[in-house]
Design a protein around this ligand. Structure first.
Ligand code: AMP
Ligand code: GLY
Length: 417
């Protein structure tokens, strides 16, 4: 089979790596890809948002299956566009991707189907939003409705701060049209867990759990990032949590989608908070998580392409899906200054040596003449498995110590309980 993977991060590198192990694969293209992906796939210079360009490429190259990494093309309807032309694609259609594309829609959906989540209100009007603030305790969570690359959530510790957040989203349009509607939410306390599931319209099969480290600095300090590391399984996600999540969240979500007349196919990611009142949904993502994928896929022992085909064909129930009992830890090497201002184009050394200890997934890298150089905020993701968290962590950090580029920054506390 000829595959096309869409995206350019470490998540897509991990997807390409796992798919390349399948005996059914002859050739993988990646659009646009990165320097690391280039060693496993042919990178083609088409942006992940360019649906027309991707569609033409897939038709011309007679691609057998397209796998979508990021949310933007999914929310824009890439799966519908491909299916209309008779092309096979792994990822939900536009109607299903609204679960990620609109937080107001996702909240309304959860309320309709009694899926546990934080209390909320959705507002299109600035004055009404500000006037509603006194009905929430503190801190209070303010969210832009639409896609904001993971940055559209503000946790405000005073009503003043909350009103300013509402102003920045609705008035100054910090996130553009994503902020024409806002969601105000009750703040939930607890432990965060990411549970991703394969979904074929009728059946959902959860993957092993994971936990993302979102803050930039050790001890969960500093600003939110796209993720500075991850572990799988999540610490303290008990069998009883798992059962409740299955019954109260996963099954109800699938039921709700069906009631809405939507066939959800692809990966559905449940961002959960384990609270004293039980697990609650913080958000849905309609795709693989990043960096969760970099710790989940190394534990998958069966053929990912076979699973993806089973999803598309509605035969997930019969798919062979097995996971190792290993622990996995990944550490993100970022450009100093990320997630705010940072410089790129610095030479990266030590990648080959690091690969002796851990899997090296590239994020923001590119080849510049004969050198490998930095090309983004998150540069490399070093992922290792071991029989316990300590062994996996030691390998990931041994690899990290061998890589160097100017102003490299990474957290030192990933995978410590
Ligand atoms: P989201 O994009 O909705 O997952 O929000 C990003 C991050 O903000 C989450 O991973 C949480 O850490 C935090 N967050 C979002 N909603 C809430 C909430 N209701 N209570 C507490 N923290 C939240
Ligand atoms: N790790 C969070 C996300 O993929 O959105």
């Amino acid at each position: 089979m000829k595959l096309l993977v869409i995206g350019s991060g470490a998540r897509e590198h991990a997807l390409v790596w796992k798919l390349s192990e399948s005996p059914m694969v002859n050739k993988i293209y990646c659009a646009p890809g990165n320097a690391g992906i280039g060693s496993l796939a042919e990178c083609v210079d088409i942006k992940a948002e360019d649906i027309e360009g991707l569609l033409n490429f897939a038709l011309m190259q007679k691609i057998d299956l397209t796998v979508v990494g990021p949310e933007v093309p999914l929310v824009a309807g890439i799966a519908d566009a491909f299916e209309e032309k008779g092309l096979r694609i792994f990822g939900p259609g536009k109607a299903a991707a609204r679960l990620e594309g609109s937080k107001a829609y996702a909240k309304e959906f959860m309320q309709s189907y009694e899926i546990p989540t934080a209390k909320y209100g959705a507002y299109k009007d600035f004055d009404k939003a500000v006037a509603a603030l006194h009905t929430y305790g503190l801190p209070v969570v303010i969210k832009a409705d639409g896609l904001a690359a993971g940055k559209g959530v503000i946790i405000a510790h005073s009503r003043q701060e909350a009103a300013e957040a509402i102003e920045s989203i609705m008035g100054s349009k910090k996130f553009g049209e994503a902020g024409s509607t806002i969601v105000i939410e009750e703040f939930l306390k607890g432990r965060e867990v990411s549970v991703l599931a394969f979904v074929d319209g009728n059946t959902a099969i959860p993957m092993v759990s994971a936990q993302d480290y979102k803050r930039a600095l050790d001890g969960d300090l500093g600003p939110n990032t796209g993720g500075m590391g991850a572990v799988s399984p999540a610490f303290a996600y008990s069998e009883s949590d798992e059962e409740i999540v299955r019954r109260e969240i996963i099954d109800k979500t699938l039921y709700g989608m069906k009631q809405e007349g939507i066939i959800y196919k692809g990966v559905l990611y449940f961002g959960l908070m384990l609270t004293d009142d039980g697990p609650k949904v913080l958000e849905y993502n309609t795709r693989f998580g990043d960096p969760e994928t970099e710790v989940i896929l190394p534990r998958l022992q069966t053929d990912l392409l076979h699973i993806m085909n089973s999803v598309i064909d509605g035969k997930l129930e019969k798919a062979e899906i097995r996971w190792s009992d290993d622990r996995a830890v990944c550490v993100v090497l970022a450009s100093g200054g990320y997630p705010e201002k940072y410089d790129t184009n610095y030479e990266i050394t030590g990648v080959q040596a690091a690969a002796e200890d851990a899997m090296v997934f590239h994020a923001g890298t590119k080849n510049s003449e004969v050198k490998l150089v930095t090309a983004g905020g998150r540069v490399l993701v070093l992922s290792a498995v071991g029989e316990d968290y300590d062994k996996a962590r030691d390998k990931a950090y041994a690899a990290a110590a061998k890589v160097n580029f100017r102003n490299v920054h990474y957290r030192k506390d990933i995978g410590i309980k």
